[in-house]
Design a protein around this ligand. Structure first.
Ligand SMILES: [Zn+2]
Length: 328
């Protein structure tokens, strides 16, 4: 992820810092959930499985822990994602959108990976996650378990769900986008490379006008899940997210705080596409040395995320697809 916009959440953050300072101690005594995850791979039941998404996160991190653009791990991450969509590729429903991006580090080769599940109604619901790791953090052991890996796994598991339950309404497209992170330091020109490219491309080829909703998933596996009400997002989609939370009994995890984030929804929002950033920006204890918690630190590791949070996030996405179809 992402950058916060403005200082509107600074007061909230001060409160959060005070509250969250006690959390690392709680985390230390909590038994590791890893033991419970050791069981055999979850059975395919046709339902979205948080456990399966967690296992996929683990496998993704093992295959491609460091995924900064230009690294061997970045190519491995693409291979990992592609390997889960051979059924869609065989039907011509897997697209690799390769492009060159002009960045502060020069021209870099990037790729968006797009998987399509055709529906019966004219229109497309897009669900996106970035998959690369932060380029400026390439010299530390940054794996982005929550930031990029877990939501890529969430999308792969959503793909498993959609394969078992082909869309009855709008088509659903999964987009694994590249270059969300800044290459040097966040600005309008140095961020969101993949989604800026895709929004421009889809504007030219006519796809954009078919997109009914563009949903961004980001940092949604935090063990202490707390999904933001993102204030720049399209109002009716913010309402639907609250409704989805109520319908799935996950109200406690959604919209307890609000604020503006700069994220992959912006290039689509600015072109008039209804867009929603579904993100938990409150990740780990906020300390003087790490004011942003575990975000963009070597602490963003598998032990900070949970199958339970992935289940909640997956339930919300499945319900959002249903509600967007109802919305018309
Ligand atoms: Zn990030």
């Amino acid at each position: 992820m992402t950058k916060k916009r403005g200082a509107s959440r600074s007061t909230l953050r001060v409160i959060l810092q005070a509250v969250l300072l006690v959390l690392p101690f709680a985390a230390m005594v909590a038994p590791s959930a890893v033991v419970a995850q050791k069981a055999a791979a979850p059975k395919a039941t046709g339902k979205f499985s948080g456990k399966a998404a967690y296992e996929l996160t683990k496998q993704f991190l093992a295959a491609a822990p460091h995924r900064w653009i230009g690294s061997p791990g970045h190519a491995k991450a693409e291979e990992f994602i592609k390997s889960h969509f051979t059924a869609e590729a065989a039907k011509g429903n897997f697209e690799t959108d390769s492009f060159m991006a002009s960045t502060p580090a020069g021209l870099l080769s990037m790729k968006n990976l797009i998987v399509k599940y055709p529906g019966k109604k004219d229109g497309i619901i897009v669900i996106a996650s970035h998959y690369e790791t932060n380029y400026p953090l390439r010299d530390i052991d940054f794996v982005g378990a929550n930031d990029g890996a877990a939501t890529s796994a969430l999308l792969i598991e959503l793909g498993n769900y959609l394969r078992a339950h082909p869309p009855e309404g709008y088509s659903v497209w999964l987009v694994f986008d590249d270059g969300e992170e800044a290459i040097q330091s966040w600005s309008a020109r140095d961020s969101l490379y993949g989604t800026r490219h895709l929004a421009a491309k889809w504007s030219q080829d006519g796809t954009l006008q078919k997109v009914k909703a563009f949903l961004v998933t980001d940092m949604l596996a935090d063990r202490d899940l707390d999904i933001l009400d993102e204030t720049q997002s399209t109002p009716w989609l913010r309402d639907l997210l609250r409704k989805a939370a109520a319908n799935t009994n996950h109200t406690a995890y959604v919209g307890q705080s609000s604020g503006a984030e700069e994220d992959d929804h912006l290039p689509f929002l600015s072109r008039g596409v209804p867009s929603l950033d579904i993100i938990d920006v409150n990740y780990g204890p906020h300390t003087a040395s790490s004011p942003d918690g575990w975000h963009h630190t070597a602490e963003d590791t598998l032990d900070k995320i949970s199958a339970r949070s992935l289940q909640i996030s997956g339930d919300l996405m499945v319900e959002m697809i249903r509600l967007i179809n109802q919305h018309g």
